[in-house]
Design a protein around this ligand. Structure first.
Ligand SMILES: Nc1nc2c(ncn2[C@@H]2O[C@H](COP(=O)(O)OP(=O)(O)O)[C@@H](O)[C@H]2O)c(=O)[nH]1
Ligand SMILES: [Mg+2]
Length: 570
Protein backbone atom coordinates (compact mmCIF):
# COMPACT_ATOMS: atom_id res chain seq x y z
CA UNK A 1 0.00 0.00 0.00
CA UNK A 2 1.17 3.48 -0.75
CA UNK A 3 -0.12 6.35 1.33
CA UNK A 4 -0.63 9.59 -0.56
CA UNK A 5 -1.60 12.92 1.01
CA UNK A 6 -3.56 15.56 -0.82
CA UNK A 7 -2.25 19.11 -0.74
CA UNK A 8 -3.37 22.47 -2.06
CA UNK A 9 -5.44 25.58 -1.42
CA UNK A 10 -8.88 25.43 0.15
CA UNK A 11 -11.80 24.84 -2.24
CA UNK A 12 -9.55 23.69 -5.06
CA UNK A 13 -11.28 20.31 -5.15
CA UNK A 14 -9.05 17.99 -3.09
CA UNK A 15 -11.87 16.25 -1.22
CA UNK A 16 -14.09 16.03 -4.32
CA UNK A 17 -11.24 14.39 -6.20
CA UNK A 18 -10.63 11.82 -3.46
CA UNK A 19 -14.36 11.05 -3.46
CA UNK A 20 -14.37 10.69 -7.25
CA UNK A 21 -11.36 8.36 -7.16
CA UNK A 22 -12.34 6.18 -4.20
CA UNK A 23 -16.10 6.47 -3.72
CA UNK A 24 -15.45 7.55 -0.13
CA UNK A 25 -16.21 11.08 1.01
CA UNK A 26 -13.17 12.06 3.08
CA UNK A 27 -15.11 14.82 4.82
CA UNK A 28 -16.28 12.73 7.75
CA UNK A 29 -17.95 15.26 10.04
CA UNK A 30 -21.39 16.81 9.81
CA UNK A 31 -19.87 20.24 10.12
CA UNK A 32 -17.53 19.50 7.23
CA UNK A 33 -20.38 18.32 5.03
CA UNK A 34 -22.59 21.26 6.03
CA UNK A 35 -19.89 23.86 5.36
CA UNK A 36 -18.38 22.04 2.38
CA UNK A 37 -15.04 22.52 4.07
CA UNK A 38 -12.44 20.04 5.23
CA UNK A 39 -11.52 20.75 8.83
CA UNK A 40 -9.74 17.58 9.87
CA UNK A 41 -8.00 14.75 8.09
CA UNK A 42 -10.02 12.43 5.90
CA UNK A 43 -9.17 8.90 4.87
CA UNK A 44 -10.09 6.80 1.85
CA UNK A 45 -8.57 3.93 -0.04
CA UNK A 46 -8.85 2.43 -3.49
CA UNK A 47 -7.39 -0.25 -5.71
CA UNK A 48 -5.60 1.13 -8.76
CA UNK A 49 -5.84 -0.35 -12.31
CA UNK A 50 -2.64 -2.36 -11.70
CA UNK A 51 -4.13 -3.89 -8.55
CA UNK A 52 -1.89 -1.79 -6.30
CA UNK A 53 -3.54 -0.44 -3.19
CA UNK A 54 -3.52 3.24 -2.42
CA UNK A 55 -4.67 5.15 0.64
CA UNK A 56 -5.40 8.84 0.61
CA UNK A 57 -5.02 11.17 3.53
CA UNK A 58 -7.10 14.18 2.59
CA UNK A 59 -5.92 17.34 4.30
CA UNK A 60 -7.66 20.65 4.89
CA UNK A 61 -6.53 23.52 2.65
CA UNK A 62 -7.69 26.33 4.89
CA UNK A 63 -4.85 28.12 6.65
CA UNK A 64 -6.75 27.97 9.94
CA UNK A 65 -6.49 24.19 9.93
CA UNK A 66 -2.86 24.01 8.88
CA UNK A 67 -1.98 22.03 12.00
CA UNK A 68 -4.29 19.27 10.81
CA UNK A 69 -2.67 19.40 7.39
CA UNK A 70 0.72 18.98 9.08
CA UNK A 71 -0.55 16.02 11.08
CA UNK A 72 -1.65 14.39 7.82
CA UNK A 73 1.51 14.79 5.78
CA UNK A 74 3.88 13.82 8.60
CA UNK A 75 3.90 10.13 7.72
CA UNK A 76 3.44 9.97 3.95
CA UNK A 77 5.96 9.47 1.18
CA UNK A 78 4.04 10.94 -1.78
CA UNK A 79 1.45 13.61 -2.53
CA UNK A 80 -1.36 14.46 -4.92
CA UNK A 81 -0.98 18.19 -5.32
CA UNK A 82 -4.21 19.92 -6.30
CA UNK A 83 -4.52 23.29 -8.05
CA UNK A 84 -7.84 24.57 -9.41
CA UNK A 85 -7.54 25.60 -13.06
CA UNK A 86 -10.06 28.35 -12.32
CA UNK A 87 -7.94 30.05 -9.66
CA UNK A 88 -4.37 28.98 -10.20
CA UNK A 89 -1.62 29.14 -7.60
CA UNK A 90 -2.78 30.53 -4.21
CA UNK A 91 -1.11 31.21 -0.85
CA UNK A 92 -1.88 27.78 0.60
CA UNK A 93 -0.64 26.13 -2.60
CA UNK A 94 2.66 27.79 -1.81
CA UNK A 95 2.70 27.00 1.91
CA UNK A 96 1.73 23.36 1.36
CA UNK A 97 4.48 22.93 -1.25
CA UNK A 98 7.05 24.42 1.14
CA UNK A 99 5.90 22.11 3.94
CA UNK A 100 6.07 19.02 1.73
CA UNK A 101 9.59 19.98 0.76
CA UNK A 102 10.66 20.56 4.36
CA UNK A 103 9.32 17.12 5.26
CA UNK A 104 11.44 15.57 2.56
CA UNK A 105 8.53 14.25 0.50
CA UNK A 106 10.00 13.59 -2.91
CA UNK A 107 7.29 12.14 -5.12
CA UNK A 108 3.97 13.46 -6.35
CA UNK A 109 1.62 14.28 -9.16
CA UNK A 110 -0.30 17.47 -9.87
CA UNK A 111 -4.02 17.49 -10.54
CA UNK A 112 -5.34 20.59 -12.30
CA UNK A 113 -8.92 20.42 -11.05
CA UNK A 114 -12.13 22.04 -12.24
CA UNK A 115 -10.89 21.64 -15.81
CA UNK A 116 -14.56 21.45 -16.84
CA UNK A 117 -14.99 25.12 -15.92
CA UNK A 118 -12.24 26.63 -18.07
CA UNK A 119 -11.53 26.82 -21.80
CA UNK A 120 -8.37 25.52 -23.41
CA UNK A 121 -6.57 28.87 -23.25
CA UNK A 122 -7.17 29.26 -19.55
CA UNK A 123 -6.18 25.65 -18.99
CA UNK A 124 -2.91 26.25 -20.77
CA UNK A 125 -2.27 29.39 -18.73
CA UNK A 126 -3.02 27.55 -15.50
CA UNK A 127 -0.65 24.74 -16.53
CA UNK A 128 2.16 27.23 -17.18
CA UNK A 129 1.43 29.02 -13.92
CA UNK A 130 1.76 25.77 -11.97
CA UNK A 131 4.95 24.78 -13.82
CA UNK A 132 6.48 28.14 -12.84
CA UNK A 133 5.73 27.64 -9.17
CA UNK A 134 6.99 24.08 -8.90
CA UNK A 135 10.17 24.72 -10.88
CA UNK A 136 13.19 23.71 -8.81
CA UNK A 137 11.13 21.60 -6.40
CA UNK A 138 10.50 17.84 -6.18
CA UNK A 139 7.36 18.43 -8.30
CA UNK A 140 9.27 20.03 -11.20
CA UNK A 141 9.01 16.89 -13.33
CA UNK A 142 5.68 15.70 -11.99
CA UNK A 143 2.90 15.10 -14.48
CA UNK A 144 0.23 17.86 -14.55
CA UNK A 145 -3.19 16.35 -15.26
CA UNK A 146 -6.33 18.35 -16.10
CA UNK A 147 -9.24 16.67 -14.32
CA UNK A 148 -12.80 17.22 -13.24
CA UNK A 149 -14.34 15.53 -10.24
CA UNK A 150 -17.75 16.56 -11.59
CA UNK A 151 -17.59 15.45 -15.22
CA UNK A 152 -15.06 12.66 -14.69
CA UNK A 153 -12.71 14.25 -17.22
CA UNK A 154 -9.14 12.94 -16.93
CA UNK A 155 -9.86 10.59 -14.02
CA UNK A 156 -8.72 7.47 -15.91
CA UNK A 157 -5.45 9.17 -16.80
CA UNK A 158 -5.10 10.26 -13.20
CA UNK A 159 -5.58 6.68 -11.99
CA UNK A 160 -2.86 5.50 -14.36
CA UNK A 161 -0.54 8.27 -13.19
CA UNK A 162 -1.24 7.31 -9.59
CA UNK A 163 -0.16 3.78 -10.51
CA UNK A 164 3.07 5.15 -11.93
CA UNK A 165 3.53 7.22 -8.77
CA UNK A 166 3.12 4.14 -6.58
CA UNK A 167 5.64 2.39 -8.79
CA UNK A 168 8.30 5.07 -8.30
CA UNK A 169 7.63 5.69 -4.61
CA UNK A 170 10.17 3.88 -2.47
CA UNK A 171 8.70 1.02 -0.45
CA UNK A 172 8.56 1.49 3.30
CA UNK A 173 11.67 0.30 5.14
CA UNK A 174 11.39 -2.48 7.72
CA UNK A 175 13.99 -1.94 10.45
CA UNK A 176 12.22 -4.12 12.99
CA UNK A 177 11.30 -0.94 14.85
CA UNK A 178 7.64 -0.14 14.26
CA UNK A 179 6.30 3.32 15.06
CA UNK A 180 2.83 4.60 14.37
CA UNK A 181 2.10 8.27 14.89
CA UNK A 182 -1.49 8.41 16.01
CA UNK A 183 -3.70 10.59 13.80
CA UNK A 184 -7.10 9.49 15.12
CA UNK A 185 -8.36 8.01 18.38
CA UNK A 186 -11.88 6.80 18.94
CA UNK A 187 -13.96 4.32 20.86
CA UNK A 188 -15.40 1.68 18.55
CA UNK A 189 -18.67 0.06 19.62
CA UNK A 190 -17.98 -3.26 21.28
CA UNK A 191 -14.22 -3.23 20.84
CA UNK A 192 -12.95 -0.28 22.83
CA UNK A 193 -10.06 1.96 21.95
CA UNK A 194 -8.97 2.30 18.34
CA UNK A 195 -6.11 4.41 17.03
CA UNK A 196 -5.19 4.93 13.40
CA UNK A 197 -2.04 6.06 11.67
CA UNK A 198 0.49 5.23 8.99
CA UNK A 199 2.74 2.41 10.20
CA UNK A 200 6.45 2.92 9.60
CA UNK A 201 9.70 1.14 10.42
CA UNK A 202 8.47 -2.35 11.24
CA UNK A 203 5.64 -4.83 11.64
CA UNK A 204 2.87 -5.11 14.21
CA UNK A 205 1.00 -8.26 15.15
CA UNK A 206 -2.14 -9.08 17.10
CA UNK A 207 -1.44 -9.80 20.80
CA UNK A 208 1.83 -7.92 20.70
CA UNK A 209 2.68 -5.63 23.61
CA UNK A 210 3.11 -2.01 22.56
CA UNK A 211 3.48 1.25 24.42
CA UNK A 212 2.48 4.88 24.20
CA UNK A 213 4.91 6.95 26.25
CA UNK A 214 5.88 4.38 28.87
CA UNK A 215 2.44 2.92 29.20
CA UNK A 216 2.11 -0.68 28.03
CA UNK A 217 -0.93 -2.01 26.17
CA UNK A 218 -1.86 -4.95 23.97
CA UNK A 219 -2.76 -5.08 20.28
CA UNK A 220 -6.16 -6.77 20.37
CA UNK A 221 -6.92 -6.46 16.65
CA UNK A 222 -5.53 -4.88 13.50
CA UNK A 223 -7.21 -3.54 10.39
CA UNK A 224 -5.96 -2.15 7.14
CA UNK A 225 -8.07 -0.88 4.25
CA UNK A 226 -11.16 -2.16 6.05
CA UNK A 227 -9.88 -5.75 6.44
CA UNK A 228 -8.88 -7.49 9.67
CA UNK A 229 -5.34 -8.85 9.64
CA UNK A 230 -3.17 -10.78 12.11
CA UNK A 231 -0.06 -8.92 11.16
CA UNK A 232 0.78 -5.82 9.15
CA UNK A 233 3.97 -4.37 7.71
CA UNK A 234 5.24 -0.81 7.38
CA UNK A 235 3.89 1.60 4.78
CA UNK A 236 0.25 0.80 5.48
CA UNK A 237 -2.64 2.71 6.94
CA UNK A 238 -3.45 0.79 10.09
CA UNK A 239 -6.21 0.83 12.69
CA UNK A 240 -5.13 -0.72 15.99
CA UNK A 241 -7.64 -1.91 18.51
CA UNK A 242 -5.86 -1.53 21.85
CA UNK A 243 -6.57 -3.38 25.09
CA UNK A 244 -5.53 -1.84 28.38
CA UNK A 245 -6.14 1.82 27.62
CA UNK A 246 -9.09 4.15 27.43
CA UNK A 247 -9.63 6.19 24.28
CA UNK A 248 -9.54 9.46 26.19
CA UNK A 249 -6.07 8.63 27.52
CA UNK A 250 -4.57 8.81 24.03
CA UNK A 251 -4.34 11.60 21.52
CA UNK A 252 -3.17 12.57 18.09
CA UNK A 253 0.56 13.19 17.96
CA UNK A 254 1.51 10.38 20.33
CA UNK A 255 3.31 7.33 19.00
CA UNK A 256 2.61 3.62 19.35
CA UNK A 257 5.95 1.79 19.60
CA UNK A 258 7.44 -1.43 20.95
CA UNK A 259 8.68 -0.90 24.51
CA UNK A 260 12.46 -0.80 24.98
CA UNK A 261 13.34 -0.01 21.38
CA UNK A 262 13.34 3.75 21.78
CA UNK A 263 14.83 6.40 23.97
CA UNK A 264 12.11 9.02 24.16
CA UNK A 265 13.63 12.46 24.27
CA UNK A 266 12.77 16.01 25.28
CA UNK A 267 15.80 17.54 23.61
CA UNK A 268 17.13 17.16 20.09
CA UNK A 269 19.72 18.79 17.87
CA UNK A 270 18.52 19.24 14.31
CA UNK A 271 19.33 20.85 11.02
CA UNK A 272 17.09 23.75 10.01
CA UNK A 273 16.32 25.31 6.67
CA UNK A 274 14.69 28.71 6.96
CA UNK A 275 12.23 29.57 4.18
CA UNK A 276 13.51 32.18 1.74
CA UNK A 277 10.20 34.03 1.82
CA UNK A 278 10.47 34.74 5.55
CA UNK A 279 10.91 38.46 6.29
CA UNK A 280 13.09 38.04 9.37
CA UNK A 281 15.92 35.90 10.71
CA UNK A 282 15.32 32.89 12.90
CA UNK A 283 16.59 33.57 16.42
CA UNK A 284 15.55 32.25 19.77
CA UNK A 285 12.98 35.01 20.21
CA UNK A 286 9.45 33.90 19.50
CA UNK A 287 6.96 31.23 20.44
CA UNK A 288 7.56 28.20 18.29
CA UNK A 289 5.70 25.03 17.53
CA UNK A 290 7.37 22.04 15.94
CA UNK A 291 5.50 19.36 14.02
CA UNK A 292 6.91 15.85 14.42
CA UNK A 293 4.97 12.92 12.97
CA UNK A 294 1.29 13.68 13.51
CA UNK A 295 1.91 15.94 16.49
CA UNK A 296 2.20 19.60 17.31
CA UNK A 297 4.57 20.54 20.13
CA UNK A 298 5.39 23.89 21.70
CA UNK A 299 9.18 24.11 21.67
CA UNK A 300 11.94 26.33 22.92
CA UNK A 301 14.84 26.65 20.58
CA UNK A 302 18.38 27.79 20.43
CA UNK A 303 20.29 28.36 17.24
CA UNK A 304 23.61 26.52 17.43
CA UNK A 305 26.84 28.16 16.38
CA UNK A 306 25.72 31.60 15.26
CA UNK A 307 22.77 33.30 16.92
CA UNK A 308 20.50 33.47 13.91
CA UNK A 309 19.73 31.81 10.61
CA UNK A 310 18.79 34.09 7.73
CA UNK A 311 15.88 33.55 5.35
CA UNK A 312 16.90 31.01 2.75
CA UNK A 313 19.77 29.88 4.98
CA UNK A 314 20.63 26.65 6.71
CA UNK A 315 21.78 26.09 10.26
CA UNK A 316 21.39 23.96 13.35
CA UNK A 317 19.05 24.26 16.31
CA UNK A 318 18.60 22.62 19.69
CA UNK A 319 14.91 22.03 20.37
CA UNK A 320 13.43 21.51 23.83
CA UNK A 321 10.18 19.56 23.79
CA UNK A 322 7.51 19.66 26.48
CA UNK A 323 7.02 15.88 26.46
CA UNK A 324 9.30 12.96 25.57
CA UNK A 325 8.92 11.71 22.00
CA UNK A 326 10.35 8.52 20.45
CA UNK A 327 12.49 10.18 17.79
CA UNK A 328 15.48 9.09 15.74
CA UNK A 329 18.02 10.90 13.60
CA UNK A 330 16.49 11.39 10.17
CA UNK A 331 13.03 12.30 11.48
CA UNK A 332 11.76 15.46 9.78
CA UNK A 333 9.90 18.33 11.31
CA UNK A 334 8.32 21.65 10.39
CA UNK A 335 8.81 24.72 12.56
CA UNK A 336 6.18 27.43 12.80
CA UNK A 337 6.01 30.58 14.82
CA UNK A 338 2.73 30.52 16.69
CA UNK A 339 2.56 34.25 17.40
CA UNK A 340 2.83 35.28 13.77
CA UNK A 341 1.16 32.09 12.55
CA UNK A 342 3.77 31.54 9.89
CA UNK A 343 5.91 28.65 8.75
CA UNK A 344 9.56 29.37 9.55
CA UNK A 345 11.22 26.33 8.08
CA UNK A 346 12.04 22.80 9.02
CA UNK A 347 14.72 20.21 9.09
CA UNK A 348 15.95 16.85 10.16
CA UNK A 349 16.73 15.45 13.61
CA UNK A 350 20.46 14.77 13.93
CA UNK A 351 20.91 13.91 17.60
CA UNK A 352 18.20 12.71 19.99
CA UNK A 353 20.37 12.93 23.09
CA UNK A 354 22.78 15.83 22.70
CA UNK A 355 25.41 15.78 25.43
CA UNK A 356 27.69 18.53 24.20
CA UNK A 357 26.93 22.09 25.40
CA UNK A 358 24.89 24.06 22.87
CA UNK A 359 27.73 26.56 22.41
CA UNK A 360 30.00 23.77 21.18
CA UNK A 361 27.59 21.30 19.59
CA UNK A 362 28.27 20.38 15.97
CA UNK A 363 25.59 17.82 15.21
CA UNK A 364 25.68 15.50 12.23
CA UNK A 365 24.21 12.08 11.56
CA UNK A 366 27.39 10.04 11.84
CA UNK A 367 27.83 7.19 14.29
CA UNK A 368 31.44 8.32 14.75
CA UNK A 369 30.31 11.58 16.33
CA UNK A 370 28.00 9.81 18.79
CA UNK A 371 30.83 7.47 19.81
CA UNK A 372 33.43 10.25 19.97
CA UNK A 373 31.27 12.52 22.15
CA UNK A 374 30.51 9.69 24.58
CA UNK A 375 33.85 7.96 24.53
CA UNK A 376 32.16 4.63 25.20
CA UNK A 377 28.72 3.40 24.15
CA UNK A 378 27.19 -0.08 23.96
CA UNK A 379 25.80 -1.34 20.66
CA UNK A 380 22.30 -1.45 22.20
CA UNK A 381 22.56 2.15 23.36
CA UNK A 382 23.87 3.23 19.99
CA UNK A 383 20.91 1.57 18.29
CA UNK A 384 18.49 3.50 20.51
CA UNK A 385 20.36 6.71 19.77
CA UNK A 386 20.81 6.33 16.03
CA UNK A 387 18.62 3.50 14.77
CA UNK A 388 21.74 1.75 13.48
CA UNK A 389 23.15 -1.53 14.73
CA UNK A 390 26.87 -1.97 14.22
CA UNK A 391 29.57 -4.43 15.27
CA UNK A 392 31.15 -3.67 18.66
CA UNK A 393 34.82 -2.80 18.93
CA UNK A 394 35.33 -4.66 22.20
CA UNK A 395 32.80 -6.66 24.24
CA UNK A 396 29.44 -4.96 23.67
CA UNK A 397 31.14 -1.61 23.34
CA UNK A 398 32.04 0.92 20.72
CA UNK A 399 34.80 3.40 21.33
CA UNK A 400 37.51 5.36 19.60
CA UNK A 401 41.03 4.02 18.97
CA UNK A 402 42.41 6.64 21.36
CA UNK A 403 40.05 5.70 24.22
CA UNK A 404 40.76 2.02 23.72
CA UNK A 405 44.53 2.56 23.76
CA UNK A 406 44.31 4.79 26.86
CA UNK A 407 42.24 2.28 28.77
CA UNK A 408 44.53 -0.59 27.70
CA UNK A 409 47.57 1.30 28.97
CA UNK A 410 45.88 2.18 32.27
CA UNK A 411 44.86 -1.44 32.84
CA UNK A 412 48.33 -2.79 32.07
CA UNK A 413 49.76 -0.29 34.55
CA UNK A 414 47.28 -1.23 37.24
CA UNK A 415 47.94 -4.96 36.85
CA UNK A 416 51.71 -4.51 36.62
CA UNK A 417 51.69 -2.59 39.90
CA UNK A 418 49.97 -5.49 41.63
CA UNK A 419 52.69 -7.85 40.37
CA UNK A 420 52.40 -11.63 40.61
CA UNK A 421 49.66 -11.51 43.27
CA UNK A 422 47.44 -10.02 40.60
CA UNK A 423 44.20 -8.02 40.81
CA UNK A 424 40.80 -9.46 41.64
CA UNK A 425 38.78 -9.69 38.42
CA UNK A 426 35.68 -8.51 40.29
CA UNK A 427 37.28 -5.12 40.82
CA UNK A 428 37.06 -4.36 37.08
CA UNK A 429 33.83 -3.11 35.50
CA UNK A 430 32.22 -4.59 32.40
CA UNK A 431 34.02 -2.43 29.97
CA UNK A 432 37.43 -2.93 31.64
CA UNK A 433 36.97 -6.69 31.55
CA UNK A 434 36.19 -6.55 27.85
CA UNK A 435 39.38 -4.58 27.24
CA UNK A 436 41.45 -6.91 29.51
CA UNK A 437 40.48 -9.75 27.18
CA UNK A 438 42.19 -7.98 24.28
CA UNK A 439 45.51 -7.32 26.06
CA UNK A 440 48.52 -9.59 25.46
CA UNK A 441 50.34 -8.21 28.49
CA UNK A 442 47.92 -9.52 31.09
CA UNK A 443 46.50 -12.97 31.78
CA UNK A 444 43.08 -13.59 33.26
CA UNK A 445 42.66 -16.89 35.07
CA UNK A 446 39.53 -17.79 36.99
CA UNK A 447 39.27 -14.68 39.13
CA UNK A 448 42.64 -12.99 39.04
CA UNK A 449 44.38 -10.77 36.53
CA UNK A 450 48.19 -10.90 36.48
CA UNK A 451 50.95 -9.50 34.35
CA UNK A 452 51.65 -12.07 31.66
CA UNK A 453 55.33 -12.28 32.61
CA UNK A 454 54.46 -12.96 36.27
CA UNK A 455 52.42 -15.99 35.48
CA UNK A 456 54.16 -19.29 36.32
CA UNK A 457 53.93 -21.60 33.31
CA UNK A 458 54.76 -24.57 35.59
CA UNK A 459 51.67 -24.45 37.82
CA UNK A 460 49.92 -26.89 35.52
CA UNK A 461 52.88 -29.21 34.99
CA UNK A 462 51.52 -32.80 34.74
CA UNK A 463 53.99 -34.22 37.26
CA UNK A 464 52.64 -31.98 40.02
CA UNK A 465 49.37 -33.88 40.07
CA UNK A 466 51.32 -37.16 40.25
CA UNK A 467 53.48 -35.88 43.10
CA UNK A 468 50.48 -34.52 44.99
CA UNK A 469 48.64 -37.84 44.69
CA UNK A 470 51.75 -39.59 46.07
CA UNK A 471 51.51 -37.59 49.30
CA UNK A 472 54.30 -38.66 51.73
CA UNK A 473 55.40 -41.45 49.37
CA UNK A 474 55.77 -39.82 45.95
CA UNK A 475 56.95 -41.81 42.91
CA UNK A 476 60.33 -41.08 41.39
CA UNK A 477 59.99 -38.50 38.58
CA UNK A 478 62.04 -40.63 36.18
CA UNK A 479 59.97 -39.65 33.13
CA UNK A 480 60.23 -35.89 33.79
CA UNK A 481 62.72 -33.83 31.84
CA UNK A 482 65.65 -32.94 34.13
CA UNK A 483 65.46 -29.25 33.24
CA UNK A 484 61.76 -29.10 34.01
CA UNK A 485 62.32 -30.94 37.28
CA UNK A 486 64.87 -28.32 38.29
CA UNK A 487 62.38 -25.54 37.47
CA UNK A 488 59.65 -27.27 39.48
CA UNK A 489 61.97 -27.33 42.46
CA UNK A 490 63.28 -23.81 41.88
CA UNK A 491 59.74 -22.43 41.76
CA UNK A 492 58.85 -24.22 44.99
CA UNK A 493 56.32 -26.67 43.53
CA UNK A 494 58.45 -29.68 44.44
CA UNK A 495 60.81 -30.18 47.34
CA UNK A 496 63.76 -32.50 46.85
CA UNK A 497 65.55 -34.12 49.78
CA UNK A 498 67.81 -37.18 49.56
CA UNK A 499 66.72 -37.63 45.92
CA UNK A 500 63.03 -37.91 46.87
CA UNK A 501 60.80 -35.33 45.10
CA UNK A 502 57.91 -34.36 47.40
CA UNK A 503 55.05 -32.12 46.40
CA UNK A 504 55.29 -28.86 48.41
CA UNK A 505 51.91 -29.71 49.99
CA UNK A 506 53.38 -32.94 51.41
CA UNK A 507 56.04 -30.98 53.29
CA UNK A 508 53.32 -28.69 54.70
CA UNK A 509 51.35 -31.77 55.75
CA UNK A 510 54.47 -33.25 57.37
CA UNK A 511 54.89 -30.03 59.36
CA UNK A 512 51.32 -30.45 60.65
CA UNK A 513 52.04 -34.06 61.64
CA UNK A 514 55.13 -32.88 63.58
CA UNK A 515 53.11 -30.20 65.33
CA UNK A 516 50.51 -32.77 66.38
CA UNK A 517 53.13 -35.21 67.68
CA UNK A 518 54.80 -32.45 69.70
CA UNK A 519 51.48 -31.37 71.14
CA UNK A 520 51.01 -34.92 72.45
CA UNK A 521 54.59 -35.27 73.72
CA UNK A 522 56.37 -31.92 74.06
CA UNK A 523 59.66 -33.64 74.95
CA UNK A 524 60.05 -34.83 71.37
CA UNK A 525 59.26 -37.60 68.89
CA UNK A 526 61.31 -40.29 67.16
CA UNK A 527 61.55 -40.99 63.44
CA UNK A 528 59.72 -44.24 64.16
CA UNK A 529 56.73 -42.46 65.65
CA UNK A 530 56.81 -39.94 62.76
CA UNK A 531 56.87 -42.90 60.34
CA UNK A 532 53.85 -44.45 62.07
CA UNK A 533 51.98 -41.15 62.10
CA UNK A 534 52.55 -40.54 58.38
CA UNK A 535 52.22 -44.13 57.25
CA UNK A 536 55.38 -43.62 55.20
CA UNK A 537 58.30 -46.07 55.22
CA UNK A 538 61.66 -45.08 56.67
CA UNK A 539 62.89 -44.40 53.14
CA UNK A 540 60.44 -41.42 52.95
CA UNK A 541 60.18 -40.51 56.65
CA UNK A 542 63.88 -39.74 56.98
CA UNK A 543 64.09 -37.19 54.17
CA UNK A 544 60.83 -35.57 55.36
CA UNK A 545 62.16 -35.13 58.87
CA UNK A 546 65.47 -33.85 57.46
CA UNK A 547 63.51 -31.26 55.45
CA UNK A 548 61.61 -30.20 58.59
CA UNK A 549 64.91 -29.78 60.42
CA UNK A 550 66.32 -27.75 57.54
CA UNK A 551 63.34 -25.42 57.64
CA UNK A 552 63.55 -24.85 61.37
CA UNK A 553 60.20 -26.54 61.92
CA UNK A 554 61.87 -29.17 64.07
CA UNK A 555 65.28 -29.52 65.67
CA UNK A 556 67.27 -32.63 66.32
CA UNK A 557 68.28 -33.48 69.90
CA UNK A 558 69.90 -36.93 70.05
CA UNK A 559 67.34 -39.35 68.61
CA UNK A 560 64.41 -37.03 69.19
CA UNK A 561 62.90 -34.15 67.23
CA UNK A 562 61.84 -31.19 69.31
CA UNK A 563 60.03 -27.96 68.32
CA UNK A 564 61.91 -25.58 66.05
CA UNK A 565 61.28 -21.81 65.73
CA UNK A 566 59.01 -22.30 62.66
CA UNK A 567 56.81 -25.04 64.08
CA UNK A 568 53.17 -24.36 63.06
CA UNK A 569 50.31 -24.55 65.55
CA UNK A 570 48.93 -28.05 65.98
N1 LIG B 1 -17.10 22.09 -11.53
C1 LIG B 1 -16.28 21.50 -10.67
N2 LIG B 1 -16.44 21.74 -9.36
C2 LIG B 1 -15.61 21.13 -8.50
C3 LIG B 1 -14.60 20.25 -8.95
N3 LIG B 1 -13.93 19.80 -7.86
C4 LIG B 1 -14.50 20.37 -6.77
N4 LIG B 1 -15.52 21.17 -7.17
C5 LIG B 1 -16.33 21.97 -6.26
O1 LIG B 1 -15.49 22.87 -5.57
C6 LIG B 1 -15.91 23.01 -4.21
C7 LIG B 1 -14.78 22.70 -3.28
O2 LIG B 1 -14.41 21.36 -3.43
P1 LIG B 1 -13.68 20.55 -2.28
O3 LIG B 1 -13.44 19.19 -2.82
O4 LIG B 1 -14.41 20.66 -1.01
O5 LIG B 1 -12.34 21.37 -2.18
P2 LIG B 1 -11.17 21.22 -1.11
O6 LIG B 1 -11.33 22.30 -0.14
O7 LIG B 1 -9.90 21.37 -1.87
O8 LIG B 1 -11.29 19.87 -0.50
C8 LIG B 1 -17.08 22.10 -4.04
O9 LIG B 1 -18.28 22.85 -4.15
C9 LIG B 1 -16.98 21.14 -5.19
O10 LIG B 1 -18.23 20.63 -5.63
C10 LIG B 1 -14.48 20.04 -10.37
O11 LIG B 1 -13.60 19.32 -10.83
N5 LIG B 1 -15.35 20.69 -11.17
MG1 LIG C 1 -11.35 19.34 1.42
Amino acid sequence: MTVVATAGHVDHGKSSLVLALTGTDPDRFDEEKRRGLTIDLGFAHTTLPSGAELSFIDVPGHVRFLRNMLAGVGGVSACMFVVAATEGWKPQSEEHLRILELLGIDAGIIALTKADLVDDDLLELATMDVADHVAGTFLADAPVLPVSAISGLGLDDLRNELDALVERTAGARDNGRPRLWIDRVFAAKGSGTVVTGTLAGGRLAVDQTVAVHDRGMRVRALQTAGRSVDEIGPGNRVAINLAGVDHDELERGEAVVVPGQWRPTVRVDASIHVLAALDHDLSRRGAFVAYFGSGEHAVRLRVLGSDTVQPGGDGFVRLHLPEPLPLLPGDRFVLRESGRDETIGGGEVLDIDPIVRASRAAPDRTIERVVRERGWVTVDELEQLTGSRVEPVVGDWLTTDAELAAMGAALIERVATAGATGVDLASFDDRERAVLGTLDDVVVDAATVRPADAVDPFVDHPHLAVARAGGFTPPQPDDVDRGELRELVRRGHLVVRDKVYFHADAVDAAASVAARLLADSPTGFTVASFRDATGASRKFALPLVAELDARGITRRRDDLRIAGPRLPDA
